[in-house]
Design a protein around this ligand. Structure first.
Ligand code: T1G
Length: 714
């Protein structure tokens, strides 16, 4: 061993080959500041030890390096530009030094080599990967871009167009794809990875591999002339902008940086990269997206803890084989938990099985699963009309119709047919868990499990803790949801739980806007294009279903009469009374028809305007800011109330639930990050200017106090 630190070591092997091995104490190798410091020192040894003739760069863990340490980012990004530049320059100095070592260098890549981890392997002359490798530059997903030379070295290695694809998509590539692009030079089985790297470096030392010209090519400016460059980059820029949109500046900034640096030498190109990185690091989008990564990690950690505290689910059961039941059964089975699907009639079971097999067939057609897997998953769903086998399940999800009486009866009957330690959950979207628990003898074994439609696509599952739910019941349910590949978020019981409780005030804000003469198409456009929602409120109501929305609105009005009680007929009632239930029956605010490719298209419908005239005053124009404020303030205030009342545990939980449950624009980071970014004082002033619109616009005393204390949420 010629250098040893906590995170990495350098060993001199036979034949003058040095091995730089990353093997940190924690679960992954990452470039935190301490590792960068250790690498800086290790590289001095590599530069000065005259016995070294070649280098292999390896990892002692199941993955290579996951990149820079994201947990350091929020503090780093707040630093003055010069200090942030210092961080980038330290990494660049050390990667340049590796690239300039006076002997051949090879990386042996296993598992994830992401971000800075990918950039570390780009610094060596060659790369050999094993079949577990996943290589990529995910930085743009965090609202930033590669900062340790990725935008400089990757284009020079695989061409500007390919590099732009890698950098802007932010995804990671499996070893064969990386080989095809030329990011790695060879792919081998994991058992022989190190030997393959050793053999390559020996070949290079022996002059059988021309590492010098390889290196020279990687360091030279891109061989594009100005016209070629302009043409290829402007096409890429157009495509990237069309996909990322104005709210996500990182992908387009990255393309511009690659373009600007294309004909520069390494120093100049790294300078362009660093300057662009610093600009992006200071954007609200970067703060929000990095924050979301951290909140997501906190949720994952919670799910891991739950898996230890709760009971393992080896078999599950779903009661009620409708669209939701079928979707839940599919999701359970496809992620490896066999599931019993019980209903009271064959037709319903057929529908549930058809839902599951339809989803599997789509996966098969897309090449994501093969026929064997399809057969295995289908055979792990057992349809049944009787309770006989239901007791085999460790956890049961009740998903019968959303009717309190029917659910109560089904739950009571179910409890009598299962053993005392079975966990029972209800997939209800509106009925309080404490109400349903009353029909059970063992309410401590019961909680809510609110899936979102379509189950296979929506990442969130709200786990609702009733007054009597035990900690073990919650832990078992959280662990099962995580096993299903979902993000479980635990909330306390209240009407609408968390997501619907905050969504309906937003719909009420929308309805009031319509009543005051706004055009629903214009509102949707502003909420989509300006605010960034995937769907505006009218469109979302159509997708949720006006009948469902109408029912939930009544539940919310009942639950929170002081703020949400009806003051008269509103736009949702108008659509409901006209049996315009939205996408499900082809007409709602919009009308829906399939286009030639079979995709459902919406068009504004004159009939809607005619009907809405009953509740709307004369057409009035609202500014974009007014539209956003009038829709968002009721939601924001309700989210704040939920935190103050302990319905959600943390701002991070709330923000993730909003993003995963209803598509709150990620670049805004959720309601609490949005408030922090805007400034609480500014928000309160804004909300107060709309206070005459009613109690939904009243800011809580808690928020005023927080603002007065100068506190933020994060
Ligand atoms: N920073 C800090 N911790 C990280 C991390 C990272 N980059 N990546 C993973 N972890 C921790 C994670 O918190 C967890 O810790 C453990 O590793 C396992 O992760 C300058 C700017 C790698 C695909 O964006 O996508 O380099 O909870 O539970 O599901 O250009 O983590 O066990 O204590 O998620 O198998 C670019 C982000 C940074 C990669 C593994 N890198 N990570 O997923 O396990 S920007 C990324 C992931 C950068 C330079 C720049 C995933 C994963 P603990 P896990 P997993």
């Amino acid at each position: 061993m010629i250098y040893q630190a906590e995170q990495l070591s350098v060993t001199l092997l036979e034949d003058g080959i040095a091995e730089l091995k990353y093997d940190a104490k924690g679960p992954v190798n990452k470039f935190d500041q301490a590792t960068l410091q250790a690498l800086t020192e290790a590289v001095k040894v590599l530069q000065t030890n005259s016995d070294i003739k070649g280098l292999i760069q390896t990892s002692g863990k199941g993955a290579f390096i996951v990149g820079a340490d994201i947990t350091e980012f929020l503090d780093l990004f707040k630093l003055p530009d010069a200090e942030l530049l210092g961080w980038l320059e330290q990494a660049n100095a050390v990667f340049n030094a590796i690239e300039d070592l006076p002997y051949p260098t090879i990386s042996a890549v296993n598992g994830h080599a992401l971000g800075g981890g990918c950039e570390a392997i780009l610094a060596t002359d060659f790369r050999v990967a094993d079949t577990t490798a996943r290589i990529g530059l995910p930085e743009t997903k965090l609202g930033i871009m590669p900062g340790f030379g990725g935008t400089v070295r990757l284009p020079r290695l695989i061409g500007a167009d390919n590099a732009v694809e890698w950098i802007t998509a932010g995804k990671d590539y499996k070893a064969p794809a990386a080989l095809k692009f030329g990011t790695v030079d060879a792919v081998v089985a994991p058992e022989i990875l190190r030997d393959a790297a050793l053999s390559m470096v020996k070949d290079a030392i022996a002059g059988k591999l021309d590492w010098q010209s390889r290196r020279a090519q990687k360091q030279a400016p891109l061989g594009l002339n100005k016209i070629e460059a302009t043409m290829s980059f402007s096409t890429a820029l157009g495509m990237v902008y069309a996909k990322a949109g104005k709210h996500y500046p990182a992908p387009t900034a990255a393309v511009k940086a690659v373009e600007a640096a294309a004909r520069m030498d390494r120093t100049g190109a790294l300078g362009v990269e660093a300057a662009t990185f610093i600009k992006l690091a200071k954007t609200d989008a970067a703060q929000a997206l990095v924050g979301l990564f951290l909140s997501d990690q906190a949720l994952k950690a919670g799910a891991k803890k739950a898996a230890k505290a709760g009971k393992a689910t080896n078999k599950a059961a779903v009661l009620g084989a409708g669209i939701m039941g079928g979707g839940i059964a599919y999701q359970s089975a496809v992620k490896g938990t066999p599931v019993i699907m019980k209903d009271i009639n064959d037709a319903a079971l057929d529908l549930g099985m058809a839902t599951a097999s339809g989803l599997l067939t789509t996966q098969l057609k897309r090449g994501r699963i093969d026929g064997t897997k399809l057969a295995k998953v289908i055979s792990s769903i057992t349809p049944t009309l009787s309770y006989n086998s239901v007791d085999e399940a460790d956890i049961i999800v009740e998903a019968v119709v959303e009717n309190p009486k029917i659910k109560a009866a089904v739950l009571a009957e179910l409890e009598d047919n299962v053993s005392a330690d079975t966990v029972i959950t209800s997939n209800t979207s509106t009925i309080p868990i404490n109400v349903l628990a009353k029909s059970l003898k063992r309410p401590e074994q019961f909680c809510g499990m609110h899936f979102f439609n379509p189950v296979h696509k929506m990442p969130l599952v709200e786990i609702i803790r009733g007054e009597k739910s035990s900690d073990e019941t919650i832990a078992t349910t959280v662990a099962y949801a995580a096993k299903m590949g979902k993000t479980p978020i635990v909330v306390n019981d209240c009407p609408g739980f968390f997501v619907n409780r905050v969504l309906f005030p937003y719909f009420f804000g929308f309805s009031k806007l319509i009543a005051d003469g706004a055009d629903f198409v214009a509102v949707d456009k502003v909420m989509e294009k300006q605010f960034g929602w995937p769907m505006g409120p009218a469109y979302l109501l159509d997708v949720v279903g006006i009948d469902t929305g109408h029912h939930a609105a009544a539940v919310m009005a009942d639950g929170f009469p002081e703020r949400m009680a009806k003051t008269g007929k509103d736009s949702i009632d108008v659509m409901f009374d006209a049996t315009r239930y939205g996408q499900k029956n082809g007409v709602g605010f919009y009308s829906y028809a399939k286009d030639r490719r079979g995709r459902i298209q919406k068009t504004p419908d004159a009939k809607s305007y005619e009907l809405l005239a009953e509740v709307a005053s004369e057409k009035a124009d609202f500014t974009k800011d007014e539209i956003i404020a009038r829709c968002m303030i009721p939601m924001i205030n309700e989210v704040v109330r939920c935190l103050e009342e302990g319905i959600v545990a943390t701002p991070g939980d709330a923000d993730m639930a909003l993003i995963y449950g209803i598509g709150f624009p990620p670049f805004r980071g959720g309601v609490f990050r949005y408030l922090d970014t805007m400034g609480l004082d500014k928000y309160i002033k804004l909300a107060d200017s709309f206070a005459d619109l009613g109690p939904l616009y009243q800011v809580t005393d808690g928020l005023r106090q927080r603002a007065a204390d100068g506190k933020t949420f994060y």
